[in-house]
Design a protein around this ligand. Structure first.
Ligand code: NAP
Length: 249
């Protein structure tokens, strides 16, 4: 039985991915701040092996909670970091900006580094490489004036994963990395009062996420429209990009 830990499984993409993994016969450890959501997930799948941990990734005590999940599951094959906060913030409300940085960057570093070091210390238990997957975003490819901390925190996540991929080779740590970059998906993170172009359903997004994880893709952007956008975006010179005041999303 394969084993996965999903951090940020109380709603949206993380919950959907946890449900898909359970349906595929995986044992899972699920985490997030809302304990009632974790418990309702567990009750929904009474015959599955599911452990839960109430955890705030911005707090240091998330590590003992993660450690307990790891011990309950035993040598997890997959650590999936989904937790994230995203808001437009053109008024530069400091609390909002800092919350995004703490959840998306500090939280990811805390959780992912702990797991990579766990794998490093338990090399002999891994016949196949462990996998770390993180939901970053297409937003990390572009500097977005209406969401500075969100875009920058997502760019940081992608760069960090790339650095860890190199480090794991340098240090011979049996772990691979998957950077999953969605465009817009119909979850609670989107502002219901705003219009977003090309919003994907949660079901379709879950299909993409499972494909990225199962195929152990290094970087996976979905869908093709966002892949095309990212490709074109690479050729837009910075002095033009910074004058595109029509970019509101
Ligand atoms: N939906 C999109 O259009 C889209 C596009 C690109 C990328 N993403 C990324 O996808 C990820 C999941 O977002 P979603 O769309 O599924 O939205 P969501 O339903 O709001 O899910 C966010 C998840 O993050 C968890 N979380 C937030 N703060 C946390 C904290 N301090 N500690 C632990 N967990 C925390 C939440 O759990 P609790 O509240 O229970 O803690 C929840 O499970 C995020 O990283 C987001 O940036 C989403």
């Amino acid at each position: 039985m394969k084993k996965a830990i999903i951090i940020g499984a109380t709603s949206g993409l993380g919950r959907d991915a946890a449900a898909r993994l359970v349906a595929d016969g995986w044992a899972v450890g699920i985490a997030g701040r809302r304990s009632e959501a974790l418990e309702s997930f567990r009750l929904e799948y009474p015959s599955a092996t599911i452990y839960t941990a109430t955890m705030d990734v911005t707090r240091e005590d998330s590590i003992p909670a993660l450690d307990t999940l790891i011990n309950q599951l035993g040598t997890p094959d997959l650590l999936f970091y989904v937790s994230g906060v995203g808001q437009q913030n053109p008024e530069l409300d400091i609390d909002k900006e800092i919350t995004m940085v703490k959840t998306n960057c500090e939280g990811m570093v805390r959780i992912v580094d702990y797991f990579v070091n766990y794998v490093r210390q338990h090399k002999e238990s891994y016949k196949q490489k462990a996998q770390v997957a993180v939901i970053t975003s297409v937003a990390g490819v572009f500097a977005m004036g209406s969401a500075p901390a969100y875009a920058a925190s997502k760019r940081m996540q992608s760069t960090y994963l790339s650095a860890l991929a190199q480090l794991s080779r340098m240090e011979d740590i049996p772990v691979c990395f998957t950077d999953i970059r969605p465009g817009f998906v119909d979850t609670a993170i989107l502002n219901p009062d705003k219009h977003y172009p090309v919003v994907m359903s949660r079901e379709t997004a879950a299909n993409h996420i499972m494909k990225a994880i199962k195929q152990r893709r290094r970087v996976y952007t979905f869908d093709w429209r966002f892949r095309a956008l990212c490709f074109v975006g690479r050729f837009i010179p910075r002095f033009i990009w910074e004058r595109l005041t029509c970019i509101k999303n």
